[in-house]
Design a protein around this ligand. Structure first.
Ligand code: FAD
Length: 307
């Protein structure tokens, strides 16, 4: 059995694995796809101390750093169940079971997609999901934000300081965002909010996004907006469906609840990164929380890990 088994090979998992290995713990990482969301990212400009990099390059560096230690990396394997008795057990979809004294859950999250034509095609070429990450790429240009919840309205306020014009499209006839955010957005001259708008297509010139098509749900009329970018803000879904029966407490959003040492409610089970109730979801934050969870697990093992 492992001392520490990390589930997930994104920035949180990689960081947790390195911290565990550096404590001399027998460490494994099991990941469906090493690199996680970073593998899908083009430009990264907010990974502090690295002025600019690209997702695949950072993933290669993460992998090189992890493999510099004595860590078992089990890639292309998906965990399907966690159960705990004398130790914690991770069942894989291929039928195998891995056992560890401590487990660190770092299965990340995925952005909810609109599922309209053009969205996938122009991902990273105008279709964006993270205003903190990609906002500055649209400096001085018009953009749309899809979604009028808190994250959509926050994104609009954030982007309005950088871009030329922000149009928010909300499917429903009301905004779900907090009143204070809505008031702030309405007070900004370069934000327009359109309700009852169903986005139907992302249009581009084959290279990058040029427009967005939507239907006015009240009149059925079709419209097009000329934009350079579209920020999809209709939810970030944690990859925690497989934990529903595990006994690990999840928030109403499905996020794993952790304390300030990365511990969950289940003994010996820790968690880090976008899969948790961390307030913000960023690479540098995921790495920090991976380190926290690993040190938390180490602390647990020196107290309870004796056989
Ligand atoms: P993830 O990166 O999501 O990794 C999760 C890992 O778990 C993956 O290895 C996955 O395969 C694995 N996994 C999931 N389910 C299972 C399972 N059941 N069994 C086994 N393995 C599983 N942040 C920034 O700081 N700067 C940016 O510029 C930036 N740009 C972004 C651009 C895009 C397009 C996206 C999508 C995100 C961006 N982010 C950016 C956010 C950043 O990528 C995430 O905050 C970060 O990757 C979270 O790390 P994580 O390790 O928690 O999860």
């Amino acid at each position: 059995p492992y001392d520490v088994l990390v589930v997930g090979g994104g920035p949180a998992g990689a960081s947790a694995a390195i911290y565990a290995a550096r404590k001399g713990l027998r460490t494994g990482v099991v990941a469906e796809r090493f690199g996680g969301q970073v593998a899908d990212t083009l430009a990264i400009e907010n990974f502090i101390s690295v002025k600019a990099t690209e997702g695949p390059k950072l993933v290669a560096q993460l992998e090189e750093h992890v493999k510099d230690y004595d860590v078992d990396v089990i890639d292309n394997q998906r965990a399907s169940r966690l159960y705990s008795d004398n130790g914690n057990h991770i069942e894989l979809e291929n039928g195998a079971t891995l056992t560890a004294k401590a487990v660190i859950l770092a299965t990340g999250a995925r952005w909810r997609e609109m599922n309209v034509p053009g969205e996938r095609e122009y991902r990273g070429r105008g279709v964006a999901y993270c205003p903190h990450c990609d906002g500055p790429l649209f400096k001085g240009k018009p953009v749309a934000v899809i979604g009028g919840g808190n994250s959509g309205i926050e994104a609009a306020i954030d982007l309005a300081n950088i871009v030329e014009q922000v149009t928010v499209l909300e499917f429903a006839d009301t905004l779900r965002a907090d009143e204070v955010l809505v008031r702030k957005a309405q007070s900004m001259a370069n934000i327009t909010i359109i309700k009852s708008a169903q986005t139907t297509e992302v249009l581009g010139d084959g290279n990058k996004v040029t427009a967005l098509a939507y239907t006015d749900r009240n009149t059925g009329e079709q419209h097009q907006l000329s934009i350079a970018g579209v920020f999809v803000q209709i939810g970030l879904v944690p990859n925690t469906e497989w934990l529903k029966e595990s006994g690990v407490t999840l928030s109403k959003f499905g996020e794993i609840e952790v304390d300030n040492r990365g511990a969950t409610n289940v003994e010996g089970v820790y968690a880090a990164g976008d899969a948790t109730n961390s307030a913000f979801k960023q690479i540098i934050i995921a790495m920090g929380s991976g380190a926290t969870a690993s040190l938390g697990a180490f602390d647990y093992l020196i107290r309870h890990g004796q056989e």
